[in-house]
Design a binder for this molecule. Structure first.
Ligand SMILES: *Cc1c(COP(=O)(O)O)cnc(C)c1O
Length: 368
């Protein structure tokens, strides 16, 4: 059996253990410490966002964003339906009400033309919109920002998958009141688990920092007028993040190259459509994703599995989840079609062109 091709395995730069050793030497085996500061600085340098807060996960970062914005019981939060549950669960943590918005076929991301219908149908004026940039490809930001501004809805960008992607040369995650990145094990960079919250507004990040460290008041003893969370990132994991950030540019170049190889090798198969890239945007192509017009992606997935190749259906839209069977959603059928017709292909940055050829060979053999 040939070695397994995973969807998106971790890819270390080689300097992680050096930085971990430095963290050990300094004895900052703690949440917080110099490596956390360096990691946050590397995110500020990349994104040009003036404020960054390293956290235990992107889910925690989204939760803090909602909390700081004052989203609470009964408040309405609009959100991309075509996303991962980590994007949405924080709305429930706050006892708020999600309303899901379907995708458009030009970006596969949130369809801006459905936002006003969602606002009209909402039981009250939405306080925030959580917008996912799916699979590392940017959503139609200009239109979405204009509508958020017009309706005074705070934009939270879920850029968990899109670190390093740009929209009109500006980093994804830096357009909203908050942006969130993930360093979970399968993302384009990983700290084994971790997240980052960014914002142009220092006061908001200071407040999030306060909540992330148990909401301790400024007193010599532990005094609390509010409750918080234990959401900060460990200094050891931040060491991994520092080393990973050094290779982000290379990693994006390779992910994009892998996508190009897939596209070239499969170009003669007319039933295949790849996830698009909006003009004036540059995604990180975290995963190469595609849909099939006729063939059954599940059959293809199982055929690839017998060749020790991992592939995965696209995210199941939130409006089709049992958890949200009674939740309002604005649909146009796009996300459901993408889910039923789509597949994510192995896209790890250690893949060679031969590996991509191997995937394509078996993929072609399993087409209808
Ligand atoms: C991975 C992911 C998250 C959650 O990130 P964690 O760091 O694992 O909490 C949220 N949203 C999207 C779109 C993701 O892909």
């Amino acid at each position: 059996m040939k070695p397994r091709l995973f969807l998106s395995p971790p890819h270390m730069s080689g300097r992680e253990q050096l930085y971990i050793a430095q963290a050990f030497e300094s004895n900052y085996i703690a949440p917080l410490g110099p490596m956390v500061e360096r990691f946050e600085q590397s995110i500020r340098d990349l994104t040009l966002s003036p404020n960054a807060l390293a956290l235990s996960s992107a889910t925690a970062a989204l939760h803090l964003a909602l909390r700081v914005l004052g989203v609470g019981t009964g408040d309405v939060v609009l959100a991309s339906s075509f996303t991962f549950i980590g994007s949405i669960a924080p709305i429930l943590y706050q006892n708020a009400i999600p309303i899901f918005i379907d995708s458009d076929s030009s970006s596969w991301n949130l369809d801006p033309f459905l936002i006003e219908e969602a606002i009209r149908k909402a039981p009250k004026k939405p306080k925030a919109l959580i917008l996912t940039h799916l699979y590392g490809q940017c959503a139609d930001l200009d239109k979405i920002i204009a509508l958020c501004n017009h309706h005074e809805i705070a934009l939270i960008e879920d850029a968990a998958e899109s670190l390093g992607a740009t929209y009109k040369d500006k980093q994804s995650g830096t357009f909203g009141t908050f942006g969130v990145y993930s360093f979970n094990g399968n993302k384009i960079l990983t700290t084994s688990g971790g997240g980052m919250l960014v914002s142009p507004d220092k006061e908001l990040i200071d407040k999030a920092r306060f909540y992330s460290t148990q909401a301790r008041d400024d007193a010599p003893y532990y005094e609390h007028t509010e409750y918080g969370y234990n959401y900060r990132m460990s200094n050891i994991l931040a060491s991994i993040g520092v080393a990973q950030m050094e290779v982000l540019t290379e990693r994006i170049a390779v992910r994009r190259q892998i996508f190009e190889w897939y596209r070239e090798i499969l170009h003669d198969i007319s039933e295949i459509t790849f996830m698009p890239e909006l003009s004036e945007t540059r995604g990180n192509r975290w995963l190469t994703t595609l849909i099939f017009e006729h063939s059954d992606p599940n059959a293809i997935r199982l055929a690839l599995e017998t060749e020790n190749i991992e592939s995965r259906p696209l995210w199941k839209p939130m409006h089709l989840q049992p958890l949200f069977k009674d939740t309002l959603s604005i649909q146009n059928g796009t996300a459901q079609k993408l889910f039923e017709k789509g597949l994510c292909l192995p896209s790890g940055t250690q893949m060679s062109q031969d590996d991509v050829m191997r995937v394509c060979t078996y993929l072609k053999m399993s087409l209808k």
